[in-house]
Design a protein around this ligand. Structure first.
Ligand code: 6PG
Length: 476
């Protein structure tokens, strides 16, 4: 028997991607560290296509068509390195190794370079959409050698989600570019989730309505500009009733948001690239604050807040304000995320096409949304758009939304509802559009205590003011 592609690592994601490939007519060799997963997949789903079970990597290499294609679906980190090392021992120059896990893009860069020395072509492929997406069509972000992509494109594009006949998969760039884009996807996912949560918190605090009633608000929003998978699942979560107690599900869940770390990577990377991603950072920090249960417990009885809850005269007008604030904040968070790709292109010599990324995020992934069409159109209008906020469509959304946004942030802060996502997005917006920033004062402070110098508005050069002595400015 022979197979067109091998999958090693048959936990949920690998298992479902293998089935997705087989369902699309590709013959799939199956390998797993323990044989049970291989046998279980064949026993349960053997009729979905052609599976070739193997029990060692040697056997895997023997059954694969040349150049061999092996999809590695094991835990990110040392487990991935171990499997890649073993594979390198059984593969030949020209073969292709595909890492479909949530790897850090720096690891992908390192692995790509190491395998290149052996002539093996390595692909770091971001896969979004969870287990459901893996089976029925994920969004796929492949990074690696462009020529090798030709050997993968037919498979990856076939198993990806399709939107209007376009696959949610396209070549992203060399080495770590695919995993980089997947990382940014997750950062944006964190920001979007945080913003939706803040909108819910505001509505819940200000209105006398149950989670199920608020689900109706989100459902209405889901038929407009905000239409997205995350809003859709918000409706489902808010409507869900706990079987054991009959209470709203959101009220029985411990309010400490966990994280596996991809949001953290996004923020760390953004700091290194010097790209302000305050929306994403606040989302990561907000999860952190929620999880500090000890401090929260002590603060609850100690630190005062304003009296009473947010007061709202006109319920429908308030709901509309929150919708606009959510949309404007979301726009900022996405603009910041896409800005990371621009910066990474410069840093790593990539050419990530942001319009193409928006296109493949329209389906399959967690942040899939109508909004991504607008983003794609913005980059169609101007490929190197410096910020999404400058596209005419989005500028108009900010013109329409900014007053509502300010009212919502004011009401939230005056009444003690934490809205780090909404308020940091607004601060970013105001900083970007300011005539003058107090950064000038900071430059003065730096020059005073450290002679770090400053530039002047009226002539070129670097200067140091005479803080002591004769007060004479010198050019440095
Ligand atoms: C996706 C998801 C996926 C995973 C997140 C969850 O694109 O399919 O982003 O990768 O569900 O990593 O992340 P946290 O556990 O950090 O919230």
């Amino acid at each position: 028997p022979s197979a067109q592609i091998g999958v090693t690592g048959l936990a949920t994601m690998g298992h479902n991607l293998a089935r997705n490939l087989a369902r699309h007519g590709f013959s799939v060799a199956l390998h797993n560290r323990t044989q049970e997963r291989v046998d279980a997949l064949v026993a349960q789903h053997g009729d979905e296509g052609t599976f070739v079970p193997v029990s060692s990597l040697e056997e895997l290499a023997a059954v694969l068509e040349r150049p061999r294609r092996v999809l590695v679906m094991v835990k990110a980190g040392p487990a991935t390195d171990a499997v890649i090392d073993d594979l390198a021992g059984v593969l030949e120059p020209g073969d292709i190794v595909i890492d479909g896990g949530n790897a850090h893009f720096a690891d992908t860069r390192r692995r790509e370079a190491a395998l290149k020395e052996k002539g093996i072509r390595f692909f770091g492929v971001g896969v979004s959409g969870g287990e459901e997406g893996a089976l029925n069509g994920p969004s796929i972000m492949p990074g690696g050698d462009r020529e090798a992509y030709q050997a993968l494109a037919p498979m990856l594009e076939a198993i990806a989600a399709q939107v209007g006949g376009t696959p949610c998969c396209t070549y992203i760039g060399p080495d770590g570019a695919g995993h980089f884009v997947k990382m940014v996807h997750n950062g944006i996912e964190y920001a979007d989730m945080q913003l939706i949560a803040e909108a819910y918190d505001l509505l819940r605090s200000a209105l006398d309505e149950t989670p199920a009633q608020l689900a109706d608000v989100f459902e209405t929003w889901n038929s407009g500009d905000l239409e997205s998978f995350l809003i859709e699942i918000t409706v489902r979560v808010l409507r869900h009733v706990d079987g054991a107690t009959g209470r709203p599900f959101v009220d029985v869940v411990v309010d400490e948001a966990e994280q596996k770390g991809t949001g953290l990577w996004t923020v760390q990377t953004a700091l290194e690239l010097g790209v302000p991603v305050s929306g994403i950072a606040e989302a990561v920090f907000a999860r952190g604050v929620s999880s500090h249960s000890g401090q929260r417990e002590r603060a609850r009885g100690l630190l005062p807040g304003p009296a009473g809850r947010p007061h709202v005269d006109d319920r429908d007008a308030f709901v509309e304000d929150v919708r606009k604030a959510l949309y404007a904040s979301k726009l900022v968070a996405y603009a910041q995320g896409f800005d990371m790709m621009r910066s990474a292109n410069e840093r790593y010599g990539w050419d990530i096409d942001r319009g193409a990324v928006a296109t493949i995020w329209r389906g399959g992934c967690i942040i899939r949304a109508r909004f991504l069409d607008r983003i794609r159109e913005a980059y169609d209008r101007e490929r190197e758009l410096p910020s999404l906020l400058f596209d005419a469509y989005f500028t108009q959304a900010l013109v329409d939304g900014q007053e509502a946004w300010r009212r919502v942030v004011s009401l939230a802060t005056a009444s003690g509802v934490p809205v780090p996502g909404f308020s940091s997005a607004l601060a970013y917006y105001d900083a970007l559009r300011a005539d003058r920033l107090p950064a000038a004062l900071i430059q003065g402070q730096r020059d005073l205590f450290g002679a770090h110098t400053y530039r002047r508005v009226d002539r070129p050069g670097s200067f140091h003011a005479g803080w002591s002595g004769d007060g004479q400015e010198e050019e440095r």
